[in-house]
Write a protein that binds this ligand. Structure first.
Ligand SMILES: C[S@@+](CC[C@H](N)C(=O)[O-])C[C@H]1O[C@@H](n2cnc3c(N)ncnc32)[C@H](O)[C@@H]1O
Length: 399
C-alpha cells in the first residue's frame, strides 16, 4: 500500500518575491485576494502600484502559484513516506455544542486539540462533554500561534457577514469577518483537511458571489474542494429535514480524487421512536386550555407520528413525517418549537428530544441551562450522524 506523507508544520509560501515577474492575470488575482480595489482595466505598472501598499510576504497566491502547497500534495500523492499520525489532531472552531468534535472523536482516530466559541453556554455544554476545555473567546482575538498544529479544522461558521461579499466592500476590514480569520489560521497551519458547514443558501447568497469568493480563497490555498448539500433526513435515518452545505477541503489531490460526499438514502426512523414516553415529560411542555393559542393548537395538532410548527397565526403540519429544520431561534418567545401530540396531550419537543433529532446520543450531557439556550444550541448544531458519515469516509481513505 502506498504511504502518504503530510505535514502539519506551517508552510511558508514560496512566492516569487518580485511581483514584476507576474502576469497581469496573476496580479489581478492577487489584488482580488488582498482586497485591493480598482484593478479593473489597469495596466501592469498600475497593478504593481496598487499592490505596492500590500506587503509581499502576505501574498495569497493563485493556485498555479503555490509551489509549496502543490509540492506537499504531489509528495502526498506519489512518493509518500509515512502515514498521518494517529490520532489525527483536530481543531473545532465555532464549536457550539461540540457536534463536530464528538462525531470525529467517536471514530477513535481523532483527538481534538483546540475548540473555540465565544458564547458561555457553548462552553458549558462543551466542557460537560469533553475532557479538554473550550477556549471561550472571539475567534478574531485568538492569535494563530495560540491555535495548536493540527491535521483537521472544522467550522460551522456564521454566514451573516457575507452580505456584501462579492462587491468587495467587506474585504476592506479583515477583522469584520471570521472567514478571514479561518483563512489566517489555514495560512499559518496548513491543515491537510478542512470541513466547513453552513446553511444551504450560502450558494445563492449575493447572486453566488459569496460562495465564489469562499471557494476561490480555499482553492487559492491549494485545497481540492468537495461540496454538497446533505439532508439529515435522507442519509442518517434521523427524521429531521435539515439541508446544510458541507465544504470538504483536501490538500492531497490523490485523496480528494477518491473522496465523495455521496451517501445513500436510508429509511427514516419514525418520529415517535425519538420521543420520550409521555409520563416522563414535565408538565411545562404541555399546552392547556389556559394557553393563549389553545384553540388553534387543539384544532390543528391531531396526528401521531407527525410534527407541527406553530407559526404566529397558524399551525403547519409536516406531511413527510419529518421534524422541520430545527432553528436557533426556536424557544425564543415561544415560537417555532416543534409540537407533537402524545398520550397526555399536545406539547413542545423537549430540549433533549431536539438534541435527539440532531443525532446526539443519550449520553450527551445537557448542562443546567435555560430551555431557550438549549434549544438555541440544538438548532445551531450540525447533525452528529452527518458528520460521522463524513468522518468515517475520511478515515477509511487514510487507513
Ligand atoms: C452555527 S453555530 C455552529 C454550531 C456548531 N457547529 C455545532 O454543531 O453546535 C455558530 C457558532 O459560532 C459562534 N461564533 C460566532 N461568531 C464567533 C466568533 N467571532 N468567535 C467565536 N465564535 C463565534 C457562535 O457562538 C455559534 O456557537
Amino acid at each position: 500500500m502506498r504511504k502518504i506523507e503530510y505535514t502539519t508544520h506551517p508552510i511558508t509560501y514560496q512566492m516569487n518575491p518580485d511581483r514584476s515577474m507576474r502576469s497581469n492575470k496573476e496580479l489581478i488575482e492577487l489584488c482580488k485576494s488582498q482586497g485591493v480595489k480598482g484593478y479593473s482595466g489597469k495596466k501592469k505598472e498600475d497593478l504593481l502600484a496598487l499592490l505596492e501598499a500590500v506587503p509581499a510576504v502576505s501574498d495569497v497566491p493563485a493556485v498555479s502559484d503555490v509551489p509549496a502547497v502543490s509540492a506537499v500534495s504531489a509528495v502526498s500523492a506519489v512518493s509518500a513516506v509515512e502515514s498521518l499520525p494517529r490520532p489525527l489532531r483536530m481543531v473545532d472552531l465555532f464549536a457550539g455544542t461540540g457536534a463536530f468534535s464528538h462525531a470525529f472523536q467517536e471514530t477513535g482516530q481523532v483527538q481534538v486539540v483546540f475548540a473555540n466559541d465565544m458564547v458561555d453556554h457553548s462552553k458549558q455544554i462543551y466542557d460537560a462533554n469533553f475532557t479538554h476545555t473550550l477556549t471561550l473567546q472571539d475567534l478574531n482575538d485568538v492569535s494563530v500561534t495560540d491555535v495548536p498544529t493540527h491535521h483537521l479544522l472544522t467550522g460551522g461558521f456564521p454566514c451573516q457577514p457575507f452580505s456584501i461579499a462579492g462587491k468587495q466592500e467587506g474585504f476592506n476590514d479583515v477583522r469584520s469577518n471570521v472567514f478571514w480569520k479561518i483563512l489566517e489560521i489555514l495560512d499559518h497551519h496548513r491543515p491537510p483537511f478542512v470541513i466547513l458547514e453552513n446553511v444551504k443558501n450560502l450558494v445563492s447568497h449575493d447572486q453566488g458571489n459569496t460562495f465564489t469568493t469562499i471557494k476561490r480563497h480555499l482553492t487559492d490555498r491549494g485545497y481540492h474542494l468537495c461540496v454538497r448539500v446533505l439532508n439529515t433526513a435522507e442519509i442518517t435515518g434521523i427524521p429531521q429535514h435539515r439541508e446544510r452545505i458541507y465544504i470538504v477541503c483536501i490538500q492531497s489531490k490523490a485523496i480528494a480524487d477518491r473522496f465523495t460526499l455521496d451517501f445513500p438514502a436510508i429509511p427514516k426512523r419514525t418520529i415517535e421512536s425519538l420521543l420520550d414516553p409521555a409520563d416522563d415529560i414535565p408538565d411545562k411542555y404541555y399546552y392547556t386550555d389556559k394557553s393563549s393559542t389553545w384553540a388553534l393548537v387543539q384544532e390543528s395538532v391531531t396526528k401521531r407520528n407527525t410534527i407541527y410548527q406553530y407559526r404566529r397565526v397558524y399551525v403547519r403540519e409536516n406531511k413527510s413525517n419529518e421534524c422541520p429544520t430545527l432553528t436557533a431561534n426556536m424557544g425564543a418567545g415561544g415560537h417555532n418549537v416543534p409540537l407533537v401530540v402524545d398520550d397526555r396531550g399536545i406539547r413542545k419537543l423537549t430540549p433533549r428530544e431536539c438534541f435527539r433529532f440532531q443525532g446526539f446520543p443519550e449520553s450527551y450531557v445537557l448542562p443546567a441551562l435555560s430551555d431557550s439556550h438549549l434549544y438555541k444550541l440544538a438548532g445551531n448544531a450540525v447533525s452528529v450522524p452527518v458528520v460521522r458519515l463524513i468522518a468515517d469516509r475520511m478515515m477509511a481513505l487514510l487507513s
